[in-house]
Write a protein that binds this ligand. Sequence first.
Ligand SMILES: C[S@@+](CC[C@H](N)C(=O)[O-])C[C@H]1O[C@@H](n2cnc3c(N)ncnc32)[C@H](O)[C@@H]1O
Length: 253
Amino acid sequence: MTHSRKTLPLVACGLLFSLTLGEVVAQQSGSGGFARQPADILSYLGAPWLERHEREAMEKPEQVLDALKIQPGDVVADVGAGSGFFTVKLSRRVGPTGKVYAVDIQKEMLDLIRQKIDRMGLGNIEPVLGETADPHLPPQAIDLIFIVDAYHEFQEPLSLVKRLREALKPDGRLMIIEYKSEYAYIRPLHKMEESQIVGELKLVGFTLSKRFDLLENQHMLIFKKGGSQLGLRKRERVGGDPIRNSILGYPRR
Ligand SMILES: C[S@@+](CC[C@H](N)C(=O)[O-])C[C@H]1O[C@@H](n2cnc3c(N)ncnc32)[C@H](O)[C@@H]1O
């Protein structure tokens, strides 16, 4: 179909009015809803990299959990849990009266977590097979959503974070740890600017409530529900399925 010079502006106006703001954002980016390209998914074959010894010294996991003041009985969702490096530590913090949902989109990662559950007898961890746009978490059930080194991999961040918001209790917190852009040892797509993270979360109804300067190479940001959400009527991803192509890759860092 062709349009004359006169009709083109009308078509453009019609398009704008038929889309929500969220859809406009989505249509513009074509890469997971935002104007950035998500990173490849770290394959389960790279799980040993997640368990490397240097993590204890460099990422100070116990200090991170101390800072969060996690209480026995809390319900935490470790989203993008990988092989469960943090899941196990979270499980110990929340204790037998608490619960940790370990969410990942790779069944093989959840199998590694199940092995840890069996080996260590951790009865308060529930592995959950999520989808790129849906973590499959219960509504208004979570005190803390815990995301370490995974946000940059989310292929449909707008839809996923919207679902995470629904899973959070009204006064719940969402924490993101991501490598800082200036950290030279990490490839560009696997690290982020704080302003990009804060801007994206704001679009989905989250406000930055606290920033910890605990980690030299990583942002540690705490968000609370607040602000308005974009209307997201459609799945925001356009184009093919980047995961099917990327999931085969050994860690490409
Ligand atoms: C780099 S690993 C980090 C794992 C873990 N958080 C850690 O710090 O050890 C990122 C994980 O996020 C998972 N992931 C990517 N997109 C996801 C999504 N939309 N929902 C849940 N998990 C996702 C990947 O499968 C991978 O296991």
